[in-house]
Design a protein around this ligand. Structure first.
Ligand code: NAD
Ligand code: UDP
Ligand code: UDP
Length: 323
């Protein structure tokens, strides 16, 4: 349902051409807002926004958040940052710059405009966690010089900046710690486990399990995550986070592989590949805070979300083979 004109806001979404950003933009437009999407198209693509081409309430600006940005908006969602290990390790220095310089610029923008700003932080701030499930109070176990550090430490420093702008200047901030999220519009070559397994299964190629597959993750469907972002942004002024957003349903990577094989009816078999350095052994969000503070919890079951993601990749693979 479209909102009344008086409550329409002009909202900036950085990283809006990416997987989660494009879903967030769809939802904000449905709610009747105007959206400015800023993206350098590093991992995102205009294809994710093609359907908005003729929408007068939507605007796209190609821009790198490591550079200053002077625009007029009422609210900022800061999602710009490559998110998959393959992508963020491709140019690790640029990844840290995107998180840190990007946060400084977007916080500077929010400070000038006196507007609310939400940061897409990550469960990676917990590193390879020694506390399970992870609560917001846990400070984490991150290797500061490892191959994941460009992302983990970049996001940790961004959180520091958000809280210092809040403490010293009273800036209204919201920090979401996002756990593994999947769904349509994931990049087909981002190397993340859900996209890899589905594509391998649909092509009847071997399913690559890194290590022995006993490591765990907890997967949240994109639609649920977007609802969490919006609830957090609209929460009371004293709610800053950090707040975990994710689906607590934890499974092993081997179980995920088996489920994808059976859901696609694939003839693929499982092969073992070396476990990448610093790969977290377990991950599961404690979402008590999100439930009590935001009244949010995910409600798309893994089976349903995987079904929708498999359908997306079936179509996408056809497009890619025709292209
Ligand atoms: P994505 O790679 O699909 O989207 C990121 C977007 O940011 C892309 O469109 C990319 O082009 C853009 N971008 C990258 N560097 C930029 C820069 N310097 N300037 C402007 N734009 C830039 O990834 P996603 O999964 O949609 O993730 C979105 C956000 O959520 C990221 O900040 C990520 O760290 C966070 N996050 C995602 C997950 C997940 O499981 N998907 C988990 C934790 C955190
Ligand atoms: N900035 C921006 N847009 C604005 C205001 C600031 O991109 O509308 C950038 C600016 O380039 C600066 C950064 O945000 O480097 C931090 O701004 P802040 O005002 O906090 O710091 P200062 O400008 O005093 O260094
Ligand atoms: N993984 C895997 N096979 C793949 C891709 C990933 O076994 O083809 C594993 C990976 O080692 C990790 C888990 O799946 O343990 C999740 O990986 P992903 O890159 O999706 O996200 P993250 O490690 O950032 O949670």
């Amino acid at each position: 349902m479209t909102r009344v004109y008086e409550s329409r806001k002009r909202i900036l979404v950085t990283g809006g051409a990416g997987f989660l950003g494009s879903h967030l933009i769809d939802r904000l437009l449905e709610q009747g807002h105007e959206v400015l999407c800023v993206d350098n198209l590093f991992t995102g693509t205009k294809r994710n926004l093609d359907h908005l081409h003729a929408n007068p309430h939507f605007e796209f600006m190609r821009h790198d958040v490591t550079m200053p940005l002077y625009v007029e908006v009422d609210e900022i969602y800061n999602l710009a940052c490559p998110a998959s290990p393959v992508h963020y390790q491709h140019d690790p220095i640029q990844t840290t710059k995107t998180s840190v310089h990007g946060a400084i610029n977007m916080l500077g923008l929010a400070k000038r405009l006196r507007c609310k700003i939400m940061q897409a932080s990550t469960s990676e701030v917990y590193g390879d966690p020694t506390v399970h499930p992870q609560k917001e109070e846990y400070w984490g176990n991150v290797n500061p010089i490892g191959i994941r550090a460009c992302y983990d430490e970049g996001k940790r420093c961004a959180e520091t900046l958000f809280f210092d702008y809040h403490r010293t200047l009273g800036l209204p901030i919201k920090v979401a710690r996002i756990f593994n999220t999947y769904g349509p519009r994931m990049h087909h070559a981002d190397g993340r486990v859900v996209s890899n397994f589905i594509i391998q299964a649909l092509c009847n190629d071997p399913i690559s399990i890194y290590g022995d597959g006993s490591q765990t993750r907890s997967f949240c469907f994109a639609d649920d995550m977007v609802s969490g972002f919006i609830k957090l942004m609209e929460s009371d002024g004293d709610v800053t986070g950090p707040i975990n957003l994710g689906n607590p349903h934890e499974i092993t990577i081997r179980e995920l592989a088996e489920r994808v094989i059976s859901m696609t009816g694939s003839t693929s078999h499982i092969v073992s590949r070396p476990l990448p350095a610093d790969d977290p052994l377990q991950r599961q969000p404690d979402i008590t805070k999100a439930r009590s503070t935001l009244g949010w919890e995910p409600n798309v079951a893994l089976e349903d979300g995987l079904g929708r993601t498999i359908e997306y990749f079936r179509k996408r693979l056809k497009e890619l083979t025709l292209a």
